[in-house]
Design a protein around this ligand. Structure first.
Ligand code: KIV
Ligand code: NA
Length: 256
C-alpha cells in the first residue's frame, strides 16, 4: 500500500520512525523507493545539488514540475512531496493555491512543502489544506531565507525557541500533515515533537523527531559541500571518478 499523509500521523502515534530523503530524478527516486524510504521529497535543494546554483532561490516552478514528474515515475510506494520554490507561494494565497495545484495536477505528487510559520504563511497552509492540498511545513532554518538567516542554527535564544514552538503549533492547527524542523537545538525539537499531534521530520535537529530527512546528494557524498549535521554514508564522487578514470584508461590504452 502506498504511503499516505494519514499513515505518517499513525506512525507518529505508534512510535515508528519516518524515513525521508530527497530525490531529483527518476533513477535516484527508484532506488530510494525500492529501498523502502517512506517519504521522498523533491526538495528545492536540487537547485544546488543537481543544477549547480549557489542557493535554492533561482529555481522556478516549471523546473520543479519537470523534476517532480521524473521522480514520480520512479516511485511506487513512498509519499512524494514537492517543494514550492521561492516566490511561488509567498505573494498571496491565490498564488500558493495556483502553484500547489499545478504540482498535484501535473506531476502526481501527493503533497507540497513550503517554508515559514509566520501568521500569513499559517493562513496560506490553512487555505491549501481546505482546498484539498496536503502541506508539509518547514521551520527553523529555512534556506529560502538564506540572505537573512545564513545557514546558522536557529532557535538558540529563549525568545526564538518560543517563536518556533508557536509556529509549529499554529502550522499543526492549520492542517499541515507534518513539519520539517531544520537545524534547531535537539531539546527544542524534542519539546516540539512532544507538543504537536503531527510528525516532526528533523534535519540537524537531533534524534527525538518523529522522522529524519537528509539531502540524498549529501548522504551519498555527491555534493561539493554539505552542512556539518549531514552525515555522509558513501563516497560516490570517488566511485564515479574511479570508474571514469578506468574507462578513460581503457579507451586510450586499447586504441590501435
Ligand atoms: O530542499 C530540501 O532538500 C529540503 C530538505 C533539506 C528538508 O528542504
Ligand atoms: Na527545500
Amino acid at each position: 500500500m502506498p504511503v499516505t499523509t494519514q499513515q505518517l500521523i499513525q506512525w507518529k502515534n505508534q512510535g515508528r520512525p519516518i524515513v525521508a530523503l530527497t530525490a531529483w530524478d527518476y533513477a535516484i527516486a527508484q532506488l530510494l523507493d525500492k529501498a523502502g524510504v517512506d517519504l521522498i521529497l523533491v526538495g528545492d535543494s536540487l537547485a544546488m545539488v543537481a543544477l549547480g546554483y549557489e542557493t535554492t532561490l533561482p529555481i522556478t516552478l516549471e523546473e520543479m514540475l519537470h523534476h517532480t514528474k521524473a521522480v514520480r515515475r520512479g516511485v511506487k510506494q513512498a509519499l512524494v512531496v514537492c517543494d514550492l520554490p521561492f516566490l511561488t507561494y509567498q505573494e498571496s494565497i491565490a498564488q500558493a493555491i495556483h502553484s500547489a495545484g499545478r504540482v498535484l495536477k501535473e506531476t502526481g505528487a501527493q503533497a507540497v512543502k513550503l517554508e515559514g510559520g509566520y501568521p500569513e504563511m499559517v493562513e496560506t497552509v490553512a487555505r491549501l489544506t481546505q482546498a484539498g492540498i496536503p502541506v508539509l511545513g518547514h521551520i527553523g532554518l529555512t534556506p529560502q531565507s538564506v540572505h537573512q538567516l545564513g545557514y546558522r542554527q536557529q532557535g538558540k535564544t529563549e525568545s526564538a525557541a518560543v517563536r518556533i514552538t508557536q509556529e509549529a503549533i499554529a502550522l499543526a492547527e492549520a492542517g499541515a500533515f507534518a513539519i520539517v524542523l531544520e537545524h534547531i537545538p535537539d531539546d527544542l525539537a524534542a519539546q516540539i515533537t512532544q507538543k504537536i499531534p503531527i510528525p516532526t521530520i528533523g534535519i540537524g535537529a537531533g534524534p527525538h523527531c518523529d522522522g529524519q530527512v537528509l539531502v540524498t546528494a549529501d548522504l551519498l557524498g555527491l555534493s561539493d559541500w554539505q552542512p556539518p549535521f549531514a552525515k555522509v554514508y558513501a563516497n560516490l564522487q570517488q566511485s564515479i571518478t574511479q570508474a571514469v578514470v578506468k574507462f578513460s584508461e581503457e579507451v586510450r590504452d586499447s586504441h590501435p
